[in-house]
Design a binder for this molecule. Structure first.
Ligand SMILES: Nc1ncnc2c1ncn2[C@@H]1O[C@H](COP(=O)(O)OP(=O)(O)O)[C@@H](O)[C@H]1O
Ligand SMILES: O=C(O)[C@@H](O)C(=O)COP(=O)(O)O
Length: 408
C-alpha cells in the first residue's frame, strides 16, 4: 500500500483524486481517525489529511511522525509527502522538517521534490516554479496572508528549511527519458532533488523514474505520473439528493470569480464578519434559516471582493470567527435540515467544516475538475454525505453551478 500525508484537507483530496486516475483505490483518513481493518481492506493507497501547513514546526513534525508510523503499521512501504503546488511555506516552514523526518523514518537518502501540477498551471523549469506564465513570486501567492511566496526557485525555498543539500535536475535530462532521470537523481549532490516538470508527459517520466523510491514528495501532479496499480472501479455511491449548499470561506481570486458566476443563477449570501465575531450563534442561525428558504444550491460566502477581508474587528481575529460560523452552519444544515450534498471552498475552511461534522474517512468519488472531487463521508451522527473540498485556487468559474452534475 502507498501511504501519504497531506498538509491540508483540500490537498488530501487533490492527491487522492490524482492517485485515483492511475488506478489506486484510495481513501482519505482525517487526522488521527483510525480506519480499522475493514475500512482499509482493498485500498491501494491511504492519504492521511493533516492540518499542518502553517502549524509551528514541532507540531507539524510530531503530527507527521505519528501519521507516518500509523501508515507503516497499516502496511505502507512507501510514503508520499503532499504539499501545496505553490510550495506554500515560510523560511521557518514545515516542508523541510517534515521531509527530513519522513526520510529518516523510511531510511531514504534521495527524495524527489516535485511541486508541479501542469493541469492547474503550476510548472517547474530550471528549478523555478511558475504559476501560469508568471514566476511564483510574481503570482497572487506573493500576497498570501499566511505564506507569502516571494521567491520562485524551489531549492532556494527549501534550503532554509533543511540541513540537507538540495540539488536540481533540469529539463534537458527529463527529455532523455526514465533511465536518464533515475541516474541523474542518483548522482545528484543532495538528499533532495528538485526535478523540472512542465507537462503531464514529464510527470510520467519522473513518476516512472521514482516509482520505487521509499519517499516521494510533491504536489498532486507527481501522483498522476506514477505507474499506479490500474485497479478498476470503486464501490463509491452517491447519496440521495435532499439538499445542496456551497460554504465558501476562501478569499482567493479564483473563488471570487466562482461566487460571481454562481450569483447569476443561484442565491448567494455573505457572512457578516462583525456578527461572526460578536454574535456567532445568531449569525449561524440567520444563515441556517436563509439556506433553508432557498432553492437551487445556495452559496454562503465570506469574501466577494478583496476589500472584504479584514484581519480584526474590535480586537478580535476575523478569520477563525468566519470559519466557526461556516462550520456551525454546516453542522446545523446536516443535522437539522437533512442537507446531504455540500461543497466547501478553501483549505482552512474545509478543515473547520470537516472537523465540525466529525468526519473520519473520505471515500473518493467522481472528479469534478483537476484536483477537485466528490467524496463520500459519514458524520459523527451517522449521516451520509457527498462532500467536495475545493482548494481556493482550483476549479473553473462555473464550479458552484456545474459540480452537482457529476453526482447525477
Ligand atoms: N471577510 C473576511 N475577513 C477575514 N477573514 C476572512 C474573510 N473571509 C474569509 N476569511 C478567512 O480567510 C481564510 C481563507 O482561507 P482558506 O479557507 O484556506 O481559503 P483560501 O486559502 O482559498 O483563501 C479563512 O480562515 C476564512 O475564515
Ligand atoms: O497542491 C495544491 O495546490 C492544492 O492541493 C493545495 O494544497 C491548495 O491549498 P489551499 O488553496 O489552501 O486549499
Amino acid at each position: 500500500m502507498l501511504g501519504a500525508i497531506a498538509d491540508d484537507f483540500t490537498g488530501a483530496t487533490d492527491l487522492a483524486i490524482m492517485l485515483r486516475r492511475t488506478g489506486y483505490r484510495v481513501a482519505v483518513a482525517i487526522e488521527d481517525h483510525d480506519p480499522g481493518a475493514p475500512e482499509r481492506a482493498g485500498l491501494d493507497a491511504l492519504v492521511i489529511a493533516l492540518k499542518t501547513r502553517t502549524a509551528p514546526v514541532a507540531e507539524a513534525v510530531d503530527a507527521s511522525r505519528a501519521a507516518v508510523r500509523r501508515l507503516r503499521d497499516w502496511g505502507a512501504r512507501q510514503v508520499y509527502v503532499k504539499y501545496c503546488s505553490t510550495f506554500d511555506s515560510t523560511d521557518a516552514g514545515n516542508i523541510g522538517p517534515v521531509l527530513d523526518l519522513v526520510s529518516a523514518e523510511l531510511g531514504a537518502d534521495k527524495v524527489v521534490v516535485a511541486p508541479a501540477l501542469p493541469a492547474n498551471g503550476r510548472t517547474v523549469y530550471f528549478g523555478h516554479l511558475f504559476v501560469g506564465a508568471d514566476l511564483l513570486e510574481h503570482s497572487s501567492m506573493r500576497h498570501h496572508p499566511l505564506t507569502p511566496m516571494t521567491r520562485s526557485r524551489v531549492a532556494d525555498l527549501l534550503r532554509p528549511q533543511t540541513p540537507h543539500p538540495v540539488a536540481e535536475v533540469h529539463h534537458t535530462t527529463i527529455s532523455q527519458g526514465v533511465d536518464a532521470v533515475r541516474a541523474a537523481i542518483e548522482a545528484a549532490p543532495g538528499r533532495y532533488v528538485v526535478v523540472d516538470t512542465i507537462d503531464d508527459e514529464d510527470l510520467r517520466v519522473l513518476g516512472a523514474a521514482v516509482a520505487d523510491s521509499p519517499v516521494l514528495s510533491g504536489g498532486s501532479g507527481l501522483a498522476c505520473g506514477l505507474p499506479g496499480p490500474g485497479t478498476p472501479g470503486d464501490d463509491w455511491k452517491s447519496v440521495p439528493d435532499t439538499g445542496r449548499v456551497v460554504l465558501c470561506g476562501s478569499a482567493s481570486a479564483t473563488t471570487r470569480r466562482q461566487i460571481a458566476t454562481a450569483a447569476r443563477t443561484q442565491p448567494v449570501r455573505r457572512v457578516d464578519p462583525r456578527a461572526a465575531v460578536h454574535e456567532p450563534d445568531a449569525e449561524v442561525g440567520r444563515i441556517f434559516d436563509w439556506v433553508r428558504a432557498q432553492q437551487a444550491a445556495p452559496v454562503v460566502y465570506a469574501a466577494g471582493e478583496p476589500g472584504d477581508v479584514v484581519s480584526e474587528i474590535d480586537g478580535h481575529a476575523v478569520a477563525p470567527a468566519v470559519e466557526g460560523v461556516l462550520a456551525g452552519v454546516a453542522r446545523r444544515l446536516v443535522d437539522e435540515a437533512g442537507i446531504t450534498r455540500l461543497l466547501a471552498a478553501g483549505g482552512e475552511t474545509s478543515g473547520a467544516i470537516v472537523r465540525a461534522l466529525g468526519i473520519g474517512l473520505l471515500r473518493i468519488g467522481p472528479e469534478i475538475a483537476p484536483g477537485i472531487c466528490w467524496s463520500g463521508a459519514v458524520t459523527s451522527t451517522g449521516t451520509e454525505l457527498a462532500l467536495a473540498l475545493k482548494s481556493g485556487n482550483f476549479g473553473p468559474d462555473d464550479l458552484f453551478t456545474s459540480a452537482w452534475d457529476r453526482l447525477a
